[in-house]
Structures are given as structure tokens and as C-alpha cells.
Ligand binder design. Structure first.
Ligand SMILES: [Zn+2]
Ligand SMILES: [Zn+2]
Length: 167
């Protein structure tokens, strides 16, 4: 029996599109998404459901029963993680970070063969995963691989956050 092309789970064309999305640059995907949202109300609605969060006015606000629209995902200023705004409000302890700064421990064995004239400034190795345990946090004394000593809510980076809009 000849294979029936119509019963294939995904057509070749769909797979090609998925591959194109996966390999496209972030800025290309953004440009395409903005264009589609501007041109097509149905797509605009679908993307809004994914990226926006609608809440009712907070207590104490003068305008009652007004809905607010905000981003559903934000970037945390402490952990630099993207988080789900609603989940963050409910859980309250999703963020774990070190409030201090890291200093290198020049007595650590990782620095045994370190020669500043050849290897440069030890501080430049702060973000090098190979040197993580040779740096100490001044907030808790933990090293670069120790979990954050403060557990709290994620906090939005106000410079990257869009203003609340009333609808
Ligand atoms: Zn700490
Ligand atoms: Zn965080």
C-alpha cells in the first residue's frame, strides 16, 4: 500500500518553519513577532496571553475595579534570572542570591601558579567557572559555588520594566 502523505504527523513545511525559528537570531524573532502583532489582531491577542498579566487594582487605590496590565515575565536585578511575576508573588522565596561582592583569595591553590605579569589581574577571573571556588563572598564568606545566602522574592530591574498601563 502506498504511503498516505496526509497522515504524516507534521508536514515538511512545518518542520522547515520550526527549524527557521530555532536558528533565527533573537532580534529577528523579535522583529517578526512585533510585525505580526501589529498586523494581526488574533496573533496580538495570543501573544498578549503569553507575555502579559492582567490583575485587578490593588487595595487602597482610588480607582476601583480597574484592571491593570503588566508584564508576565520580568528580569530580576539580584539573580539576573527571568521569572514568572504571578508565581513570584505567590511563592515569595524564589530568589536566592549574594548581596555582597566577591573578592579573590590569593592563598587558594587555584592561584598557586598564578603570575600577574603573565596572567593579568586576578579579579578578571571572577566570572571564570574554573576559579569560582577561589573567590569569596564578603556577605557570608561562602565561595563562588556556594548558594546565595539571601532568600527572598525576585525583584524587577526597574530600568527594564515597562510602566503599568491601565486598560
Ligand atoms: Zn553571601
Ligand atoms: Zn532573583
Amino acid at each position: 500500500m502506498a504511503p498516505n502523505l496526509h497522515t504524516e504527523p507534521t508536514s515538511g513545511m512545518d518542520r522547515t518553519l520550526e527549524d527557521a525559528i530555532k536558528s533565527a537570531t533573537e532580534s529577528r524573532v523579535r522583529t517578526v513577532l512585533l510585525k505580526i502583532c501589529n498586523e494581526n489582531p488574533v496573533c496580538r491577542e495570543a501573544v498578549s496571553k503569553e507575555l502579559l498579566l492582567v490583575t485587578t487594582a490593588e487595595e487602597g487605590e482610588t480607582v476601583k475595579n480597574k484592571k491593570r496590565v503588566r508584564q508576565a515575565y520580568e528580569l530580576c536585578i539580584h539573580s539576573e534570572e527571568e521569572y514568572n511575576v504571578e508565581e513570584n508573588e505567590l511563592e515569595g522565596d524564589l530568589c536566592q542570591y549574594h548581596p555582597g561582592s566577591r573578592d579573590y583569595d590569593f592563598n587558594h591553590s587555584k592561584f598557586d601558579d598564578f603570575e600577574p605579569w603573565r596572567d593579568g589581574d586576578p579579579e578578571d577571573y571572577e566570572d571564570d567557572p574554573d576559579f569560582a571556588d577561589a573567590f569569596k563572598w564578603d556577605c557570608c564568606g561562602g565561595n563562588g559555588v556556594t548558594d546565595g545566602c539571601v532568600v527572598t522574592k525576585h525583584q524587577p530591574d526597574e530600568t527594564k520594566k515597562t510602566k503599568l498601563m491601565r486598560v
